[in-house]
Design a protein. Sequence first.
Length: 105
Amino acid sequence: MFANLHDICIIIDFIMLCETFLSDLNQIMFPLPGNHFVSYNITWCKGGFAMYIRESFQYKIRDDLTMNINNERESIFIEIDQSFHKLVIGEIYRVPGTNSHFSLQ
């Protein structure tokens, strides 16, 4: 039998997903109570990212760090502003079979 994670004292702050294949039309179909939902949908045939962020966190999307390089690499980043420090959380995905050398230059 499955239990609610909160009921068994497991609290997950962030869930990151890749290859979501979401669009602006279907992304609302996957709510997770107690979480914000952020997605970066790819307009071509595949890909995309999604993040669930626990509601207690205030965040902003860091578009300046997000990338889509030649449909080979994709990323999404958020910034969490805690009382004494900032935390940047992100997800980077390299499409299988593409160049394994990676540079942000």
